[in-house]
Design a protein around this ligand. Structure first.
Ligand SMILES: Nc1nc2c(ncn2[C@@H]2O[C@H](COP(=O)(O)OP(=O)(O)OP(=O)(O)O)[C@@H](O)[C@H]2O)c(=O)[nH]1
Ligand SMILES: [Mg+2]
Length: 259
């Protein structure tokens, strides 16, 4: 497969930020904590001998038990922290880590890296206790990198989401790709529905008030009917419904999670 230009640009940003930073915070989405671990970032950190912490953000979207399991799993390889940029989860732990890192008084630059939309900019705002970085449910919000001063000798570097050499649809399943930019939104939504049906079918029921079917297309049709998404001919509008489901997933409205 030919390397997309976009990807090469992102990788060069990751490389640059990694070489500037002394420490890396790799941000992952607590709902899919293993799938949002980013190989490119971990490899670059390893090659450049930078200390890496995994910040499991959006912990407010998963049950405590699940979050604990995710943390244990990741801690087999990296120190990990459960965090929420929206609720009060993990603030103290992260503050303590930053304090320890900055103890020697040297300038510390923390590169905040991860897939698009995992909450890198939100995490920075939460640590800074005010809005210094732009956030959005739309993946790909942050464009260039941005240095933010946190305290006397600690800086955070906000970065655009780093995508690896993956298919659009895999990125979309991670919540890292805008549904409107997909060639086949229906295919991707079906995959997502299948996954949720396997892992936590209640998520469909709770969000849309319909029982999931074995065949994800039937489930999608039921959701379309429930939402009353119809075409002018009175048929269910599958494409519109597919995009809506993908957006709901991106926005954390569907309660489902897996390792
Ligand atoms: N529920 C919940 N939502 C969060 C949390 N952190 C971020 N979000 C939401 O996730 C979306 C993405 O947040 P951003 O901070 O813009 O994510 P980002 O990683 O900087 O995204 P890019 O700049 O596009 O790479 C926004 O809608 C945030 O409100 C969290 O801890 N919990
Ligand atoms: Mg951002």
């Amino acid at each position: 497969m030919e390397k997309p230009r976009e990807w090469l640009r992102e990788k060069s940003i990751a490389k640059k930020v990694l070489s500037q930073a002394n420490v890396i915070f790799e941000v992952v989405d607590a709902r899919i904590p293993l799938e949002t671990r980013n190989k490119v970032i971990e490899e670059l950190a390893y090659n450049q001998n930078k200390k890496l912490f995994v910040i499991i953000n959006k912990a407010d979207l998963v049950p405590k038990e699940f979050a604990k399991k995710a943390k244990e799993e990741i801690q087999k390889e990296y120190p990990a922290v459960l965090f929420s940029a929206h609720k009060n989860i993990g603030k103290k732990d992260l503050d303590r880590i930053i304090r320890d890192l900055s103890k020697e008084g040297k300038i510390i630059k923390i590169g905040v890296l991860g897939y698009p939309n995992v909450g890198k900019s939100s995490l920075i705002n939460s640590l800074k206790k005010r809005k210094v970085a732009t956030t959005s449910p739309k993946p790909g919000m942050t464009r260039g990198e941005k240095l933010i001063k946190l305290s006397k000798n600690v800086y955070l570097i906000d970065t655009p989401g780093i995508i690896t050499l993956e298919f659009q649809e895999d990125l979309a399943l991670k919540g890292s790709w805008i549904p409107e930019k997909l060639d086949q939104p229906v295919e991707v939504a079906l995959k997502l529905i299948q996954k949720i049906t396997d892992k936590r079918p209640e998520g469909i029921k709770e969000t849309y008030g319909v029982e999931p079917e074995k065949d994800p297309l039937k489930t999608l049709e039921k959701i379309a009917q429930r939402l009353n998404y119809l075409t002018s001919g009175g048929l269910v509008d599958i494409e519109r419904t597919a995009k809506k489901v993908l957006w709901d997933w991106i926005k954390g409205k569907i309660k489902a999670y897996w390792l």
